[in-house]
Design a protein around this ligand. Structure first.
Ligand SMILES: O=C(O)C(=O)C[C@]1(C(=O)O)C=C[C@@H](O)C=C1
Length: 383
């Protein structure tokens, strides 16, 4: 007859020792937990350092340092594996954060990664930069999207972070404009769930002006017109600039992140005011890295066709015939005396994949201008 598994001596001893034994006495229980925590902290520090040393050795031995220092696919897979191994209570984003900090610190010991982003601190672009590069990277805030492009173009930064499209509001025009002007490439992406908040220092009824980036105001348009009809909406270069203004001007408020409230000493007057609860922004990582195919890639293209009937349809037919799925298409009017449009197209696959390569070759015959902005691993949205 099968017998029920009995607790081993070791387990039963453990259950009557330490915090459990002291459970009846709150002072003893606290002391016992404190001792346990101290011991765990010691082990965590030891293990984190062992993990860091092993990573450092791996990085130092790698023949292509640039490739291992920026490897978003490997980072995302590692985070996923950690989440799978974890049985809680830590939430997935906390584990990912710890891993990111370890990797970021070690990578920056090997080589400082300079990353320009649309600032000031605690803009959503800053959070996308932290998500991809960690806080140990040299994160450089600049005032405009154009300045991020300029910093990377001049070689002052190795990478740049810019928003490219939002699920509620569409394209980010300043980013598209800069791709038409400077020969910069995309080597990665970050997708973030965007939660907006009304931040201020006055009561809601006393707010007369609300600052934010046009995209953020647009993503909260309904909420603002329903709840703050008396306030004037004022457009500024980023949500964190808005938070700074909200702090400094009486009667002013900002639409910005929860983190910006803490950073700039503002109250959250209303939380999660975005009109669409699935409000996701995709950010592009600008940089000169050539990313190897991973099997789950995206290729971004800038295409100008001849200004004549059917030119775009002929170009798109190539993707249809080669069964390549397009995930994004945007038209952007040409600047200057020329009439016509530039199209931004995202296609599934890598430029080294046979079908995508064939499509790009065929596209050249239809294009007045064709630039492959980059092939890079797709990322999942992070909340
Ligand atoms: O202003 C910021 O905080 C940004 O990072 C820019 C930006 C954008 O332009 O889309 C990024 C994410 C949100 O969609 C709102 C604003």
């Amino acid at each position: 007859m099968a017998t029920k598994p009995q607790p081993t001596k070791k387990t039963s001893k453990a259950s009557t020792s330490g915090s459990a034994k002291a459970a009846g006495n709150p002072i003893k229980a606290t002391a016992s937990l404190e001792t346990e925590i101290e011991k765990l902290d010691g082990e965590i520090v030891k293990l984190l350092n062992q993990r860091a040393s092993a990573t450092l050795k791996l990085l130092e031995a790698a023949p292509d340092k640039k490739a291992v220092l920026f490897d978003p696919k490997a980072d995302d897979l590692l985070a996923l594996k950690l989440e799978e191994k974890s049985s809680g209570p830590l939430p997935a984003h906390a584990l990912r954060g710890v891993l990111r900090q370890v990797l970021s610190s070690i990578r920056n010991q090997v080589r400082t990664q300079r990353v320009a982003y649309l600032g000031p601190a605690f803009s959503f672009t800053h959070m996308a930069a932290i998500e991809r590069f960690g806080e140990a990277a040299d994160l450089i805030p600049v005032n405009t999207i154009a300045a991020v492009f300029e910093e990377v173009n001049r070689g002052h930064a190795d990478f740049g972070l810019v928003p490219i499209e939002n699920s509620t509001d569409g394209r980010i025009i300043d980013t598209l404009d800069m791709f038409t002007r400077l020969p910069l490439r995309i080597c990665g992406e970050v997708q973030l769930a965007i939660h907006h908040n009304l931040l201020g220092r006055s009561a809601r009824g006393e707010i007369t002006e609300i600052y934010s980036k046009p995209q953020a105001l647009s993503q909260c348009r309904e909420w603002l017109s329903r709840n703050m009809p008396q306030a004037r909406l004022i457009e500024v270069t980023s949500t964190s600039t808005a938070a700074q203004l909200g702090r400094d001007k009486p009667g002013a408020a900002a639409v910005a992140s929860r983190q910006a409230a803490t950073e700039y000493g503002l109250e959250i007057l209303a939380a999660n005011i975005e009109d669409n609860s699935q409000n996701i922004t995709r950010f592009a990582v600008l940089g000169d890295r050539i990313m190897a195919p991973t099997g789950q890639d995206r290729t971004s293209i800038l295409l100008q066709t001849a200004d004549k009937p059917g030119a775009l349809a002929n170009a798109l037919e190539i993707f249809k015939r080669l069964k390549i799925n397009l995930t994004w298409i945007e038209s952007f009017p040409l600047r200057g005396p020329e009439s016509g449009y530039i199209f931004f197209i995202d296609a599934e696959g890598h430029m080294k994949d046979t079908r995508v390569k064939k499509a790009l070759d065929e596209l050249t015959t239809h294009a007045v201008r064709l630039e492959v902005l980059g092939s890079y691993p797709c990322s999942e949205p992070i909340d």
